[in-house]
Design a protein around this ligand. Structure first.
Ligand SMILES: [Zn+2]
Length: 68
């Protein structure tokens, strides 16, 4: 797994699934231009506590249910 680096203090750490959370851009920014709210994976730096936004997180489609 790739380490991510804190832009604030320079600390490098492995992003863990359990510490990941999802953030969204505030209303009015991306919604204006792309017609939707973008979500990003975010982690908190274990050293300084700053939020690190890792990358865009695409919306998951609803699970496909198969009709038998
Ligand atoms: Zn940090």
């Amino acid at each position: 797994m790739k380490k991510i680096k804190c832009k604030t203090c320079g600390n490098r750490f492995y992003p863990e699934r359990k510490t990941r959370y999802t953030v969204s851009e505030p209303h009015g920014i991306s919604a204006t231009f792309s017609g939707g709210i973008k979500s990003y994976d975010a982690f908190d730096c274990p050293a300084c506590g700053c939020q690190i936004v890792a990358g865009i997180r695409l919306c998951e489609d609803a699970p496909v249910t198969e009709d038998d």
